[in-house]
Ligand binder design. Structure first.
Ligand code: MFK
Length: 192
């Protein structure tokens, strides 16, 4: 069994914002209508609204509701990790790497009560071949509020066949019938 690590390797380079990446302030559309993190068609989802930053970075807000509880009146940690996974994965829009999460390390620093507005940030830190290293955090109730949760992640670039060969046929076929289920930005189609 491989002992995996998320340290940035010495051969990594600084990430490059693609020249055709969406402009700062652009609100990223959902990459897939039924995505748990950002899809409007997912009734139990997080419905995150993710905004492009000035560099290789993104911001989002996430309102913690009764639906997100783990302990009474407190957010479930796995759900907070999901929110970070989403805003980290969406960095692929800026580097134009269609990628999936290979590793996600999360530090839970403070409890997050129901009713909190979490201010999330993510940034691409380095690229090494197909590997994109990224980090992010969530602040309580203000962009500069106390850090409640932070994460480091490794994403691995994949081809479209990762989804078409592994996804359930019913959902893949549904996209064939209704291509609007996945979103294109300009001439670029992110992963479904
Ligand atoms: C713009 C897009 C917007 C999308 C937003 C969505 C946000 C949400 C994203 C997700 O949650 S994606 C769903 C959860 N993730 C998955 O289902 C991925 C499941 N895993 C896989 O499919 C494969 O393991 C994977 C594609 C990640 C890698 O398999 P490969 O056969 O293509 O590659 P390989 O195993 O050779 O690994 C490539 C490199 O990554 C390294 N690696 C892979 N997994 C690792 C790991 N877990 N930790 C550290 N390193 C890892 C591996 O060592 C290697 O390093 P080197 O190139 O230096 O040799």
């Amino acid at each position: 069994m491989t002992a995996y690590r998320t340290e940035i390797p010495p051969d990594a380079v600084a990430p490059t914002r693609h020249p055709d990446a969406p402009a700062p302030g652009f609100v990223l559309p959902t990459h897939y209508a039924n995505c748990f993190g950002c899809g409007p068609g997912q009734p139990h989802g997080l419905h995150m609204r993710i905004v492009v930053g000035e560099g290789c970075d993104l911001t989002a807000t996430f309102d913690v509701t009764e639906d997100h509880q783990g302990a009474p009146g407190l957010a479930h940690g796995g759900l907070l990790a999901s929110a970070l996974d989403e805003i980290l994965g969406m960095l692929g829009h800026l580097t134009r790497m269609s990628c999936v999460t290979a590793r996600l390390e999360t530090d839970f620093r403070r409890p997050v009560p129901v009713g909190t507005r979490l201010y999330l940030t993510s940034r691409a830190d380095a690229v090494a071949g197909r590997k994109l290293y990224a980090s992010g955090q969530g602040h309580l109730d203000a962009p500069d509020g106390p850090v409640a949760v932070r994460a480091r992640a490794l994403f691995v670039q994949v081809g479209l066949e990762h989804f078409t060969e592994n996804g359930r046929a019913a959902e893949i076929d549904a996209i064939g019938r209704d291509p609007s289920l996945i979103t294109h930005i300009g001439d670029y189609t992110v992963n479904p």
